[in-house]
Write a protein that binds this ligand. Structure first.
Ligand code: FES
Ligand code: FES
Length: 179
C-alpha cells in the first residue's frame, strides 16, 4: 500500500489581502504560514522581530485591527481582510514618531531588538489612554521582554511621549533628532 507522509503533501497557496501600513497588499501564503514570516520574508517588513517564537517576549507585536497581537502566533490566513500596522508605518518618510523621540530623549537606546514590539504596544496604550499612570504603563508593557534591561526607561519614555502627543507633537523631523 502506498504510504503518504505528511511532508509529501503539497499544500496549495491561498491568496490573502491585508491593509498593511495603509496600503492594500495581496500575497500568496501557505495555510500553515505565520504572519511574522509573511511580514518579514514576503513583504520586507523586517522591523517585526522574532525572539521566542511562542508568544512570550513581545518582540513580534504588530497592531491588527487596532489590537496588539504577537505575529508569531497568528496564522497569516487569519489576517485576511485585516489592517496591520508595523513600525514601518508609524511615521511618514523623514519623520519619527513621538514615542521614538521620547525613547531617544530618555537614553533608552541599547541593542534595540525589543523596540519595535515595545513601540507598537506603547502606541496602542497611548491611542486608548492618552495620559497613562506609571502603573498602567508597566501593565501594558509587561509582556515585552528586554534583554538589555531598559524597563525603567521605557516607563519614562511612554510618559514623555504621552506629553508630546497631548501637546500635538506627533511627529518630529528625523534629520533634527538624529543629527
Ligand atoms: S517572537 Fe512573538 S512573542 Fe516572542
Ligand atoms: S534594548 Fe536590547 S533587548 Fe531591549
Amino acid at each position: 500500500m502506498l504510504e503518504v507522509r505528511r511532508s509529501d503533501v503539497e499544500y496549495p497557496d491561498v491568496e490573502i489581502v491585508m491593509k498593511i501600513n495603509g496600503e492594500l497588499k495581496k500575497v500568496k501564503v501557505k495555510p500553515y504560514e505565520r504572519l511574522i514570516d509573511v511580514l518579514r520574508n514576503k513583504l520586507g517588513l523586517t522591523s517585526v522581530k522574532e525572539g521566542c517564537g511562542r508568544g512570550e517576549c513581545g518582540a513580534c507585536v504588530v497592531i491588527m485591527d487596532n489590537r496588539p497581537v504577537p505575529s508569531c502566533l497568528v496564522l497569516a490566513v487569519r489576517a485576511n481582510g485585516k489592517s496591520i500596522l508595523t513600525l514601518e508605518g508609524l511615521a511618514p518618510e523623514g519623520k519619527i514618531h513621538a514615542i521614538q523621540k521620547a525613547l531617544i530623549d530618555v537614553h533608552a537606546l541599547q541593542c534595540g531588538f525589543c523596540f519595535p514590539g515595545v513601540i507598537m504596544m506603547s502606541k496602542h496604550l497611548l491611542d486608548n489612554n492618552p495620559d497613562p499612570s506609571e502603573e498602567e504603563i508597566r501593565e501594558a508593557l509587561d509582556g515585552n521582554l528586554c534583554r538589555c534591561g531598559s524597563y525603567l526607561r521605557f516607563v519614562k519614555a511612554v510618559k514623555l511621549a504621552s506629553k508630546y502627543l497631548r501637546e500635538g507633537k506627533t511627529y518630529f523631523d528625523e534629520s533634527e533628532v538624529l543629527r
